[in-house]
Design a protein around this ligand. Structure first.
Ligand code: HEC
Ligand code: HEC
Ligand code: HEC
Length: 306
C-alpha cells in the first residue's frame, strides 16, 4: 500500500514537473514573439519614415501657408552658424568660434520646437558636447563633436530633405492644364500625355502597316499636340526651355512631317522618331517623373502611411 502511494505521488509530482517545464517553454515562446513583434513595429515605423509623407505640421513653414519657404531659410541660418564655428576655428579665433556656437545652439533649440514630430531629431546631447569641446580648446575633441552634430543633420536630411523639395518645390503636374489642339478640350497633364503618346504611336503603327494617308492625318495631330507642349511648361518655368521642346526637337518633328508628306525613308523615320522619343519624351520624364511619382505614391498609399 505504502509503495503504491509513493508511486502515485511520484507520478503526480513528475507530471507537475512536466507541465511546469512545458509552461515555461511556451512563456519563452511568447516573449520571443513579443520581441519579434517589437522589431517588426520598429522596422515598420522606419519604412514609413523613409517612404511616407512628411509631417503635416511642416506645411505651415512653406507656401502657400507661409509667404516664403521659412523652414529652408531657418536651415540656412543654422548652416551659417554651424559653418561659422568651423571657419573661426580654422582662423584660430576662439572667442568668435564660441560666439558662432552660441548662435548655433540658439537656432538649434528654436528649430527643435518648430515641428513637434521632429523634436527627437534635434538632440541636445551632441550640441552640449560641442560646447564642452570648445571650452576644452582641444581641436581633436572639437572636430569629433562637430562630426556628431553633423550626423544629426545628416540623419534627418537623408530621410526628409528630398521629400521636402519634392513636396514644396515641385508643383503637381495634376494641376497643370493644357488645351488639346485636336479636341479643343482642356486636359490635365497626364491626359494630355496619353493623347500625345496616342498620336505618336498611331503614326508609327500606320507607317509600319504602309497606311500612308492615315499616317499623314495622325501626324497632323501629333505635330499640333507637340507644339502645344511649351504652353504647359510656363506653368512652372518662366525662362525659355533649352531642352525637350526646344528648336532642335521641333526641327525633328518638322523633319518627320516632311518624310511623311513625301516618300518615307524607313531608316530616316526610325532615326527621327527615336530622336524625339529620346531627346524629348524620355529625357523630360527622367527629370520630371521622380517628384511627380513621389506625390502619387503618397496619395495612392495614404492608408499604408497612417
Ligand atoms: C515635361 C516634360 C515631358 C515631356 C516633353 C513629355 N512628357 Fe510624358 N509625362 C511627363 C510627366 C510629368 C508625366 C506624369 C504626369 C502625371 O502623372 O501626372 C508624364 C506622363 C506620361 C505618360 C503616362 C504615364 C503613366 O502611365 O502614367 C505617357 C504615356 C507619356 N508621358 C508619354 C509621353 C510621350 C510619348 C512623350 C513624347 C512624345 C512625352 N510623354 C513627353 C512629362 C513629359
Ligand atoms: C529634423 C530634420 C532636419 C535636421 C535635424 C536638419 N535639417 Fe537641414 N534640412 C531639412 C529639410 C527638410 C530641408 C529641405 C528644405 C527645403 O528644401 O525647403 C533641409 C535643408 C537644409 C539646407 C539646404 C540644402 C539645399 O540643398 O537646399 C541646409 C544648408 C541645411 N538643411 C543645413 C542643416 C544643418 C547644417 C543641420 C545640422 C546642424 C541641419 N540642416 C539639420 C531638415 C533637417
Ligand atoms: C509642374 C511643374 C513643371 C512643369 C509643368 C514643367 N516643369 Fe520642368 N522642372 C520643374 C521643376 C520644379 C524643375 C527643377 C528645378 C527648376 O525649377 O528648374 C524642372 C526642371 C526642368 C529642367 C532642368 C533644369 C532647367 O531649368 O533647365 C528642364 C530642362 C525642364 N524642367 C524643362 C521643362 C519643359 C520643356 C517643360 C514642358 C514641356 C517642363 N519642364 C514642364 C517643374 C516643371
Amino acid at each position: 500500500m505504502k509503495t503504491i502511494l509513493v508511486a502515485v505521488f511520484a507520478l503526480i509530482g513528475l507530471s507537475l514537473l512536466v507541465l511546469l517545464v512545458a509552461c515555461d517553454g511556451s512563456k519563452a515562446k511568447v516573449t520571443e514573439l513579443e520581441k519579434e513583434n517589437q522589431q517588426l513595429k520598429s522596422q515598420n515605423q522606419q519604412l514609413k519614415d523613409i517612404a511616407g509623407p512628411l509631417p503635416a505640421s511642416l506645411d505651415k513653414y512653406f507656401p502657400p501657408q507661409a509667404p516664403a519657404p521659412v523652414w529652408l531659410l531657418e536651415m540656412f541660418t543654422l548652416e551659417g552658424a554651424f559653418g561659422g564655428i568651423a571657419v573661426n576655428l580654422q582662423e584660430g579665433d576662439m572667442p568668435a568660434a564660441k560666439k558662432s556656437y552660441e548662435a548655433f545652439k540658439a537656432q538649434w533649440t528654436k528649430m527643435s520646437d518648430m515641428v513637434p514630430e521632429w523634436k527627437s531629431r534635434f538632440p541636445m546631447e551632441p550640441v552640449n558636447s560641442l560646447g564642452q569641446a570648445l571650452d576644452s580648446g582641444d581641436p581633436a575633441k572639437v572636430g569629433q563633436a562637430m562630426g556628431q552634430v553633423g550626423q544629426a543633420c545628416g540623419s534627418c536630411h537623408v530621410v526628409n530633405l528630398v521629400k521636402a523639395q519634392q513636396k514644396y518645390h515641385w508643383k503637381s503636374f495634376a494641376e497643370v492644364k493644357v488645351t488639346d489642339p485636336v479636341s479643343k478640350q482642356s486636359l490635365a497633364w497626364r491626359d494630355y500625355m496619353l493623347a500625345l503618346s496616342g498620336s505618336f504611336g498611331a503614326v508609327q503603327v500606320d507607317l509600319q502597316a504602309g497606311k500612308l494617308d492615315k499616317a499623314r492625318q495622325n501626324f497632323q495631330d501629333l505635330s499640333a499636340r507637340f507644339k502645344m507642349l511649351p504652353a504647359g511648361c510656363v506653368n512652372c518655368h518662366t525662362t525659355p526651355r533649352t531642352y525637350f521642346v526646344d528648336k532642335s526637337v521641333m526641327d525633328m518633328v518638322d523633319a518627320l512631317g516632311q518624310q511623311i508628306q513625301g516618300t518615307p525613308n524607313p531608316q530616316k523615320i526610325e532615326e527621327l522618331m527615336g530622336g524625339i522619343g529620346n531627346e524629348s519624351c524620355l529625357k523630360c520624364h527622367l527629370v520630371h517623373l521622380p517628384a511627380q511619382n513621389r506625390k502619387q505614391q503618397w496619395e495612392i498609399f495614404a492608408a499604408l502611411f497612417k
